[in-house]
Design a protein around this ligand. Structure first.
Ligand code: NAD
Ligand code: ZN
Length: 750
């Protein structure tokens, strides 16, 4: 097996071996880098191994090792140093590789905190210094201990060495009694060159880069050596403190500066994604002349109370991210644009490139995102790349963003062939010729062919057998392509998977006799399929590949309905209300158009839709639709999509045929000890001590169902200030109501 075997094609066994191999390799690289300060492989290679490890873990979560490199920071302290347990862990940082990642980072924070679009949210943005982190502990104003990060929990005691660094004060005045200052030890380019020259002359060890020189110099058992090395220190964080430094990150940095620490002069406070990006670009242009190495820009939520609420993942804070500088760029010719059709019919443009090496990897395909991206516009019509469009024959810049798929990032107009023409995005599906349409507000053009579109059918099947869905061993994307449309043993719908063995038995051209198959692989496949006939409800719902129904939505549906037939019945019952909802939306839209004077057609539609809207919707339908769209996290968009899928005769008969083969396992019974286990809880009004997202996650962790609307099935309403109709309805129904403190008390969080 090699590093190049695609993660998608690994079998379970290969994956296990590969994880073991990667753990060994990464452990060795960590030792060389963090302990010996002499890396044996490049950072890009290291990062690639680590990403490969994460990708395999993501595909086979059950194979994740106890000693997984994903859960580790740095390396254990080296022998020779005394060990220092950190009072507050020293962690790593999550990475953003492009503007979209930054935007996703900000969005996820807003979402986590429950901040609306117009609430101001500040971030500091500062260079990511490429050195090694150091924690300095001051007690009553005196430096008593300096420790490296080590493995994040335990570091190496380098106090005597730290005291030789000019930027590190031995005493500070006006500081909290206990103050741990954290920051980066680094070496300037000039000092690095001089050091290496000197080392060479004296026959000593030379260093590969300033980072390793800084680390090697700080981590010396003899502090006289450290003293002779010109190290610097920037302060940017803190560990244990006996009283807060400030209320904001920026305030804390300023305070550290007042206390006598060097802080980075390029630190800025930003208030939007464009702000962050523009400061990033500014720092990027200065990168070459700073005189020291940086490898990105770090963004941190400014308000410290928000940082506290956001907290940490296993090795990284949720409130910060490192926006890395792209190292992996190359220019090449765009030879063609192909259109791929996805599971939900999305037409995705793929760039076929003249092969080019980007960061050590040969790239011949890259994504072009969508129609607008090619035209030089973003989804809102704004310009990207200065409005330059991309044409076949163009000289384009390819960018490999850390992991995943390479992208076409830019185009050089000076090298555009004279006969290059503007790219026309297809309006028909290249696979089935159905019309491909773009709905209002959707960046993506979609094939309308549904299951008659072979591309969609195959992609749906691939999704069905994917890791988070049925995850059938031996039946991956490659096999799906082989079986789809097969003459003797086709798998065209999910149900066909479960009749494969029976059909194989009746059929003359048996699977085991096929090329690439044998007795064992065929019977293994049948066994693997049989094993997955028993399937958790949430997985089944997710596996259907219904648009807008992702893993989380599927889980929410499963938790709420707990049973496939109950869900199907409810969705059927809700159908008239779903249609009325859509008609309502469309009528509104038509009214808008008519009001804008767009003429007769819209007005006719308005009249028709108004008729549909007012058509009596049975109470049962309204109630079922209310239940469905009332599930917290499930709105009308998902509700409608689910409703459409169940009402579509082709899809529905595929679901029903499938269902007949399965034993569906309801979601696990909630933790019985919890006082809210199995209860349906509704949150309303303003919560002051947590966001809705936090409250919901906590309630679900305790086994409660969280609903967005009050009904007879509600067990408990948690009402904050400003609770309106829901509180009244709960009172009318005699439902127990608690305030936020009462809730926290009930679940033992008070
Ligand atoms: N070549 C190899 O064999 C090898 C082995 C191990 C690690 N590495 C490299 O080390 C890096 C991974 O190490 P990591 O886990 O320390 O992650 P990281 O270096 O990507 O990010 C976290 C670190 O950033 C530093 N930092 C610098 N400026 C900062 C600022 N302004 N605010 C906050 N933190 C700041 C801190 O020291 C922090 O610990 C990767 O780049 C990897 O390539 C290479
Ligand atoms: Zn199609």
């Amino acid at each position: 097996m090699s590093d190049t075997q695609s993660v998608d094609t690994l079998t379970q066994e290969q994956a296990r071996d590969e994880l073991a191999r990667l753990t060994r390799l990464l452990e060795r690289a960590n030792q060389a880098y963090h302990v010996s300060d002499a890396p044996e492989i490049s950072d890009a290679d290291y990062d690639a191994l680590k990403r490969r490890n994460s990708a395999i873990e993501a595909r086979f979560p059950e194979l994740k090792r106890k000693d997984s490199p994903s859960d580790q920071v740095g390396a254990r302290p080296a022998e020779g140093f005394s060990k220092v347990p950190h009072a507050v862990r020293m962690l790593s940082l999550g990475n953003a590789f492009d503007d979209e990642d930054v935007s996703a980072f900000v969005t996820s924070i807003r979402k986590y905190l429950g901040l609306s679009g117009d609430t101001r949210l500040g971030f500091t943005a500062e260079p990511k210094i490429d050195g090694l982190s150091l924690s300095l502990r001051y007690e009553m104003g005196r430096l008593v201990q300096a420790a490296t990060r080590g493995d994040g929990e335990v570091g190496e005691n380098v106090t005597a060495n730290a005291l030789t660094i000019e930027d590190i004060p031995a005493t500070v005045t006006g500081a909290p009694d206990v103050l741990e200052v954290r920051g980066e030890v680094y070496m300037t380019h000039a000092d690095f060159d001089a050091l290496n020259a000197r080392q060479e002359q004296e026959g000593g060890k030379t260093f590969a880069n300033p980072r390793n020189a800084a680390a090697g110099s700080l981590r010396q058992l003899d502090s006289a050596i450290t003293r002779a090395r010109p190290l610097r220190f920037f302060a940017y964080a803190w560990g244990e403190i006996s009283e807060p430094l400030a209320q904001t990150q920026m305030g804390a940095i300023e305070r550290l500066q007042t206390l006598g620490f060097q802080t980075n002069p390029l630190t800025r406070l930003c208030h939007s994604v464009p702000d962050l990006i523009s400061h990033y670009r500014e720092i990027e242009t200065q990168r070459a002349t700073l005189g020291y190495d940086i490898d990105g820009v770090v963004y941190k939520v400014d308000a410290l109370d928000l940082q506290a609420r956001l907290g940490f993942r296993s090795t990284t804070p949720r409130w910060a991210i490192a926006h890395k500088f792209p190292a992996e760029l190359a220019w090449t010719r765009l030879e063609a644009i192909d259109i791929q059709v996805g599971r939900t019919g999305a037409l995705s443009p793929v760039a076929r490139l003249h092969p080019v090496t980007v960061g050590g990897v040969v790239v011949s395909n890259a994504t072009l995102h969508n129609e607008d991206y090619i035209a030089g516009r973003d989804a809102t019509g704004g310009e990207i790349r200065g409005g330059k469009d991309i044409r076949i024959g163009d000289w384009v810049q390819v960018y490999r963003a850390g992991d995943v798929i390479p992208k076409v990032a830019d185009v050089d107009l000076k090298k555009r062939p004279e006969d290059a023409v503007k790219y026309q995005f297809p309006t028909q599906c290249p696979e089935c010729d159905s019309a491909a349409i773009r709905e209002e507000g959707d960046a993506v053009r979609r094939c309308t062919g549904g299951l008659i579109c072979p591309a969609q059918a195959v992609e749906k099947l691939k999704h069905f057998v994917s890791r988070k869905a049925f995850d059938i061993e031996g039946l991956g994307a490659k096999q799906v392509e082989m079986f789809h449309g097969d003459e003797t043993l086709p798998i065209n719908t999910p149900a066909d998977i479960f009749t494969l063995q029976v059909r194989d038995a009746q059929n003359l051209g048996k699977l085991k006799n096929r090329d690439g198959w044998g007795d064992t692989s065929a019977s293994n496949l049948f066994a693997a399929i049989k094993e997955k006939q028993t399937i958790p409800l949430a997985r089944l719902i997710f596996a259907l590949g219904i648009r807008h129904v992702g893993e989380v939505g599927a889980r929410d549906l499963a938790l709420f309905y707990r049973d496939w037939d109950a869900m199907a019945d409810a969705v059927d019952t809700a159908r008239p209300a779903a249609l009325a909802h859509r008609a309502g939306d469309e009528a509104e839209e038509a009214e808008r158009i008519a009001a804008a004077g767009e003429g007769r057609r819209a007005r006719i539609k308005e009249v028709r839709d108004a008729a549909i809207t007012t058509r009596a919707v049975p109470d049962a339908a309204s109630a079922a639709w209310g239940d469905l769209t009332g599930i917290d996290g499930i709105g009308a968009t998902l509700g409608l999509s689910l409703s459409d899928a169940f009402a579509n005769t082709e899809e529905r008969s595929a679901f029903d045929a499938l269902r007949a083969h399965l034993t569906i396992v309801p979601p696990e019974a909630p933790a019985a000890e919890s006082p809210v286990a199995g209860k349906t809880v509704v949150f309303t009004g303003t919560l002051e001590k947590m966001t809705r997202a936090e409250a919901k996650a906590r309630a679900e962790a305790l086994g409660a169902k969280v609903s967005g609307s009050v009904s007879a099935k509600t067990d408990l309403l948690v009402a904050g200030p400003g609770a309106g109709s829901k509180a009244k309805k709960a009172a009318d129904l005699g439902i127990e109501t608690l305030d936020e403190d009462g809730w926290l008390h009930l679940i033992g969080d008070a």
